[in-house]
Design a protein around this ligand. Structure first.
Ligand SMILES: Nc1ncnc2c1ncn2[C@@H]1O[C@H](COP(=O)(O)OP(=O)(O)O)[C@@H](O)[C@H]1O
Ligand SMILES: [Mg+2]
Length: 256
């Protein structure tokens, strides 16, 4: 059965979609059959994969008796499939709440036999959809801005998680996102959490939007490219998978 990785944060603009795309692409590159499911109405994922306008049917999945296969599209990358969001997903939250609090989990249960990894790009916020995500995910990857307030929101996520899932809560992997090592505060926060992977603030990450491609396709060896590979390794370790990325360097874990 495949594992569900939710890239989740309470805030927008913290690097969720960039991380979700790079994670899913890296997993697929490593040979894992991967589905990237965009459940954020902004639809950033399809855009970053160069598949804008690929699918206007995402909403259909949330009505009963629709075969998930109908809304899954292949991408330009081997082993990587996509369920794109579109604006019709803006009602997702209320749809899910009305239909059943376990709707998302049930949908994912139908998809996990066909995939090794399912990566969810989640909408920001703490609505009903968050609870569904907490129920459904095996691992929550939480990008955080290196700021004191962001660290507080992580505590809030942990508290919510404890409430929503009780004893079977998914593990949380915090990721310090958009780290600028020229800033003393950023360096301090990184030093205070040595076990958390970091992603540097880097223009190559922004260029994903221009190139409409995952970072590894055009800047795999950049500091940011290696940082995303490191996050991927940590995700696999957290899921108890084979640590196939085990070459330790001063940047952390990189592809062996
Ligand atoms: N590490 C980074 N360095 C520089 N810019 C980044 C980084 N991560 C994301 N961005 C940029 O910040 C903006 C928001 O990123 P995005 O991944 O869409 O966040 P979210 O999904 O949380 O809203 C985008 O323009 C993206 O290119
Ligand atoms: Mg996003």
């Amino acid at each position: 059965m495949g594992k569900v990785i939710a890239v989740y944060a309470m805030k927008g603009g913290v690097g969720k979609s960039s991380l979700a795309v790079n994670l899913a692409h890296g997993l697929a590159e490593s040979g894992k059959r991967t589905l990237l499911w965009d459940i954020d109405a902004q639809g950033a994922v399809a855009f970053l994969l160069g598949q804008n306008g690929a699918d206007a049917k995402a909403k259909k999945l949330f009505s009963r008796d629709v075969d998930p296969a109908d809304v899954i599209v292949p991408t330009n990358y081997p082993e990587l499939d996509l369920i794109a969001a579109d604006l019709s997903l803006r009602h997702l939250e209320s749809d899910l709440a009305v239909e059943s609090p376990k709707r998302l989990k049930k949908l994912l249960d139908r998809l996990t036999p066909d995939y090794d990894r399912i990566v969810l790009d989640c909408p920001p916020g703490l609505g009903g959809i968050s609870e569904q995500i907490f129920r459904a995910a095996d691992l929550l990857v939480v990008p955080l801005a290196p700021a004191p307030l962001a660290l507080r929101t992580l505590e809030q996520v942990e508290a919510l998680l404890a409430e929503a899932r009780g004893k079977k809560a998914p593990e949380i992997l915090p990721v310090l996102s958009m780290v600028d090592r020229r800033k003393a505060l950023h360096r301090e926060i990184v030093a205070a959490h040595p076990q958390w992977p970091t992603i540097p603030m880097a223009s190559v990450v922004e260029q994903m939007g221009l190139k409409q491609a995952p970072l590894a396709e055009f800047a795999a060896k950049s500091a940011a490219g290696r940082a995303f590979a490191n996050v991927l390794a940590r995700v696999e370790l957290a899921l108890g998978g084979t640590p196939w990325l085990t070459q330790a360097t001063e940047d952390g874990w990189v592809k062996g």
